[in-house]
Design a protein around this ligand. Structure first.
Ligand code: OGA
Ligand code: MN
Length: 210
């Protein structure tokens, strides 16, 4: 597969930046090429089979604990250099990071991300992606990896927008959703089939003195 770096002034990225500036969120049903989505889904399934995914915890640092009544997904954090499809995804997200910095002056310095696998019945209760004691997460980006997803499968991402409006996203393969981490409460509804995604956060520098 070829390199996936795209220019930070690509119209697709510019649209995401404009959407975020005006609405605080953006959705693209066809963001990843189908071959890359399929390769990422296969990578996630291989890691699951090899025991690399673990139940996700809530909270941060010493207060972290697994609580399936809040979130029931299994995750694996990504590092560069682990697989070709993951590196392509990381390159694309880096182009998006540059576009966000150019257009919104957010000073985003890094990107942390994980595969997430929700077994049937698992969910993630309504939350914000910013921690009370750590406000470095600025922008959340979720990419879905599920072929042939139908509304009756459940598993929607439900975002709570302004004025009590709710917006549901179907977790279909190649779809990207981006939103301001500290401003859009959201939840993952239970599904009746396995649900795969790649979830990541663009972060600014922390306030630590050193
Ligand atoms: C999260 C999250 C949304 C999704 O991992 O914080 O909200 O649709 N994920 O998977
Ligand atoms: Mn979230």
């Amino acid at each position: 597969m070829r390199a996936m770096h795209i220019s930070s002034d690509h119209p697709l990225l510019t649209r995401i930046v404009d959407d975020l500036a005006t609405h605080g969120w953006s959705q693209h049903d066809v963001f990843l090429p189908a071959a890359l989505s399929a390769a990422l889904a296969a990578d996630c399934r291989r890691r699951e089979a090899e025991g690399e995914l673990a139940p996700a915890a809530v909270g941060r640092g010493q207060a972290q604990e697994v609580r399936e009544g809040i979130r029931g997904d299994h995750i694996r954090w990504l590092e560069p250099g682990e697989s070709e499809p993951c590196d392509q995804y990381l390159q694309l997200m880096d182009s998006l990071r540059e576009a966000l910095n150019r257009g919104l002056f957010l000073g985003l310095e890094d990107f942390e991300c994980h595969f997430a696998l929700y077994p049937p019945g698992a969910f993630y209760r309504k939350h914000l992606d910013r921690f009370r004691d750590d406000d470095r997460r600025m922008v959340s980006a979720v990419i879905y990896l599920n072929e042939g997803w139908l509304p009756e499968h459940g598993g929607q991402l439900r975002m709570s927008l302004k004025d009590g409006v709710e917006h549901d996203v179907q977790p279909t393969s190649g779809c990207l959703v981006v939103f301001l981490s500290g401003e859009v409460p959201h939840e993952v509804l239970p599904a009746n089939r396995e649900r795969l995604s790649l979830t990541g956060w663009f972060r600014r520098r922390g306030n630590e003195p050193f």
